[in-house]
Write a protein that binds this ligand. Structure first.
Ligand code: ATP
Length: 252
């Protein structure tokens, strides 16, 4: 499967709710094509609203969000969203849940859809669990199904809102590694909200710090690759962790 990466440009974009709260305040930034950008900042600073805006789930009162890629024609399913809760349909098995977005966009034949869904479940390590119902899956497996469902439409952009926050440390680490593999194999542009500084350092190319509706800092990640668990134990990782912590504190 070859997917196209897109960069995302936000030009002075503002979201103001009916209650007067400006959750996103004249944000001018971009998220580079084919890279992983993490978005961090204190609770209520507007991270989810910015992600929803990029996904087209929230309208701005001013400004624009643009996707810049090799094709100007955007298709349904080009932007995928993964939430903290996997939200699987309980009466559908794993492959039934992954088939859902393909059925909605009705692009392929039934057997092509099944082939794509099975291949995607294989890719997330669930090739032998296609017919398990959600209640027969662990929390980590449900998140893997959720990732497969998000990616089965071959999006160029993957948006993630604290996807691993509800999972324990070990699962979180293994899903982080899975995200890196998917990003690489599918050449995705990823924007991920997280509260976890270590996760942000380990998984990103760039970290954007948000405060009171604004992007206050953009920090390029100097850490090398591969981004495995060994890296967490290095002095470089500790130093970068400190830089990001300081940036968060100074933005407050
Ligand atoms: N639909 C809405 N109507 C009114 N206010 C809203 C709405 N959605 C969010 N807000 C407010 O907008 C601000 C930003 O919320 P948002 O959920 O984007 O923050 P966040 O940084 O993602 O927070 P958290 O880290 O706690 O998830 C908050 O003050 C929130 O109360």
């Amino acid at each position: 499967m070859t997917l196209r990466a897109s960069s995302i440009r936000c030009d002075d974009v503002t979201v103001q709710f009916d209650n007067g709260i400006r959750a996103v305040d004249e944000v001018h930034t971009d998220f580079p094509a084919g890279k992983i950008t993490t978005l961090i900042g204190p609770s209520g600073c507007g991270k989810t609203t910015l992600l929803r805006l990029i996904a087209g789930l929230q309208s701005p009162v001013s400004g624009t969000v643009q996707f810049i890629d090799s094709t100007s024609v955007r298709r349904r399913g080009d932007v995928a969203f993964v939430f903290q809760q996997p939200s699987l349909l309980p009466w559908r098995d794993a492959i039934g849940n992954v088939l859902l977005p393909l059925e909605l966009i009705a692009r392929d034949t039934a057997s092509q859809r099944r082939g794509k869904a099975a291949a995607m479940l294989e890719m997330v390590g669930l090739g032998d669990a296609l017919h398990r119902l959600p209640h027969q899956l662990s929390g980590g497996m449900k998140m893997r199904v959720s990732l497969a469902r998000a990616l089965v439409t071959e999006p160029s952009v993957l948006l993630m809102d604290e996807p691993f926050a509800a999972l324990d440390d070990m699962l979180r680490n293994s899903l982080g590694q899975l995200l890196l593999k998917l990003w690489q194999d599918l050449s995705l542009t990823v924007v991920m909200v997280t509260h976890d500084i270590a996760e942000s350092c380990l998984l990103s190319h760039q970290i954007q710090v948000m405060h009171s509706g604004e992007i206050t800092q953009r920090i390029d990640n100097p850490l090398g690759w591969p981004r495995d668990e060994q890296l967490r134990r290095t002095a470089e990782f500790g130093t970068f962790y400190g830089t990001v912590s300081d940036a968060l504190r100074s933005s407050a």
